[in-house]
Design a protein around this ligand. Sequence first.
Ligand SMILES: Cc1ncc(COP(=O)(O)O)c(C=O)c1O
Length: 390
Amino acid sequence: MDALLQRINQNALNIQASSIRAFDEHISKIDGMIKLTLGEPDFSTPDHVKQAGIVAIEGDESHYFPTPGSLKLRQAASHFLNNKYQLRYDANTEVIVTVGATEALFASLLTVLNPGDKVVVPSPFFGMYQSMIRLIGGEPILIDTSADNFILTAEKLEAAFAEHGDAIKAVLINYPSNPTGAIWTEEQAKAVAKVLEDRPVFVISDEVYSELVYEGKHVSLGHFLPEQTIVINGLSKSHAMTGWRVGLVFAKAPVMEQVTKVHQQLVTTATSISQEAAYEALQNGANDAEPMREAYQARRDFVYQTMTELGFTIAKPNGAFYIFARIPEDLEQDSYQFALDVAEHARVGFIPGSGFGPGGEHHVRLSYAASMDDLEEAMKRIKEYITSLR
Ligand SMILES: Cc1ncc(COP(=O)(O)O)c(C=O)c1O
């Protein structure tokens, strides 16, 4: 067996299983734990969407759909993006439906990267980016954004090009951001676009949290760099549909032609039942995220205020459902140890910031996609624990 295992793809051997899940599993054994660890809406999929799934099952929608996804869903997705964010993509040639945003990201990276290519990733970042890039044999170039309120600046991007030059094949952007909740302004996005516009570099723009923006508005690089940008979106967060596994890729036709081939090799096509439900979600539930967004915003305000009063430093997040908090200087500074202490003594689950890359150490991430009751109890426990330490 050992001899066999040694022959497994080195890139596969080298990637780590998700540190978030590992930490979550570790602390889940503690009795009475309130977990603010996983990035998943606590809402149910809207009823009309569930109903469409049931109708699809009963109507025997159990066959392969076209590789790019059903045309009506692609049309609804194209319309959704145009209406919401003024991004224009032809449903026939510039939109595909994937198995979650995860497959959308992987298919896009696999399409663009050769082994050895470098990909700029602003850090702290969503862990899967690094493992996907590495699995393909690429190299992530991590840019620490913690001194810039977690926004990639044009200056730091220029510096990365000065250092790595043409080896940089792509830039992977994620606003609203997991884990920081940061969103960028039009000016900030424009400045980054300016650095990229004359370079043959792809932008992979993961916009899965685009419907969860509180103050300000969602800005996509697809606006400023339509030819270079591959936009990733999906229904997991906007319609509380993580388990249905529906993602979307939008890109200009010549690029999409290639992404579609890769998508076909990976999965043939996305699930038919889920596509029927997703069509209903985008066609008749374009604003389904609104009540969720309002609830998240109230929770964000509550958690932000409580944690700030306790001495955590937080760049106020304007999107997604995460708070990325700098641990107060009078407390344990190792984020893994701090999160472990909090889990054991306060029975509240945070994720150590160190797992999110450069700029993440000394922070913890918490997800406020949890009920207000749980958040109130969690904040009460944290307050008591930290008070007891001081
Ligand atoms: C930034 C980001 N991108 C992509 C995904 C994956 O989304 P999906 O569940 O649609 O595959 C997540 C899930 O947490 C995420 O936070």
